[in-house]
Design a protein. Sequence first.
Length: 465
Amino acid sequence: MKIYLEEGKDIEALVSIYYEDEKKIDNLFDGKEAEYLFIPSLDDKKHSIYFGLGKKEDINHNKLRNIFAKLFKKLKDLKAENIEIDKVDFNNIEEDLFLKTMLEGFMLTDYSFKMYKSDNEKEKQQSLYIKGFNTKNKDKILNEVSNIAKAINHARDIISMPTCDLYPEALANRVLEIGKESGFNVEIFEEEEIEKLGMTAFLAVAKGTKNKPRLIVMEYKNNGDADFIGLVGKGLTCDTGGYSIKSHEGLKYMKADMSGASYVVAIMEALAKNKCKANVRAVIATCENVVDGDSYKPGDIVRTMKGKTIEVLNTDAEGRLTLADALYYIVTKQNVKKVIDLATLTGLAGSTFGSLFTPIFSNNEEFLKYFMDIAKTTGEDFWQMPLDDRYNSYIESDIADIKNTGSAGTITASMLLKQFVEDIPWIHLDIAATASQYPIVYEYASNGASGVCVRTIYELINKGV
Ligand code: BES
Ligand code: ZN
Ligand code: ZN
């Protein structure tokens, strides 16, 4: 839907927005949160729509985002091509923030995955005119939110694409395209070069398929000599579990095991499109974890780039092996001063929190606090988890330096990663249950993939770290 911040022409439907009790229509409307009333015009004039924001004192901008996402879905279903939203009372919310959140609610909801529908009927073109915003920043805000939403939608496409079409090489090519279109550099390393770098834990996971792995390295530099921040995304284009094979239930959604990688690309795209002042490097170690005679096997011992050996007791705990090398590579070869990784790492994250909270780990309290403060403004929920050295005993191996499984799974996976970031400030986000949400928690995650962490990390980098 095309959005304009101005008065519309040939309007077929006018939306009026009220807080609770501001407008009462007997038994039909009293302005409760997300209440929607459509009153058709019978004489070809404008239809009227009433929409409620709930109690004035209860509203905050993070609520608004979800409420406006609900309105957007209703408007999408309308037959009208030109819709206008009347001036709305910002209540106690600052105008720029109100506008930004409203646009996020609309634009992040405007997505569906149609790439594989043969009856891909042309979507009707609708225009939404929003009145009442006078802030001098309105065009800038519209443009910024639109670029972020487009970047998230590109990531959603990548996540939804099946593994037969979205294998490591295809992902690398897509990242090259996005880099070229939006303005960041991309370098792709193939198997031989990855081997030369010594990333043999990553290569062990990738062994069982002719769809060869790729190491994708991105750079966006637009802030002079400032320090680089590093991003790492888990990039399994397919995770069957390998020999420790998943159940048929567990296999269903494993084409999405590169959500972390896709969201990292979305952050790069959004930063570049919005020409943010920032220096960022990002790394994705992408491969498939499948069964073949050549696949790595339970009991194998792999050597990481760092030199530490890992006993593989479960080939389905493959993400931490690829990330151990990717994290070590970015902190030792890419000169980043802080690093954040996003990974669909452990199913247990969802058993604990469902899709409401993303477990967050950090080796640096200050960095973590900064992140959590930004998250309050973006409306994404995180829950701090312990990185307590006593958990190291859970991943001790009798015959190698460490092992790749251990009870307290979400925590022990992070304890393993911690050993590869060389003590630089680091945040690990286990997005296994929040990258895609079933059932959805963010109203705008209407087609599965939520885009979680993209807006928070974008803001964090844009504000300066
Ligand atoms: N990609 C999965 C984690 C996952 C599970 C993501 C469900 C999204 C939804 C990961 O590679 C995995 O399989 N982890 C194992 C670890 C275990 C074997 C220690 C898990 O969570 O079961
Ligand atoms: Zn796995
Ligand atoms: Zn996985």
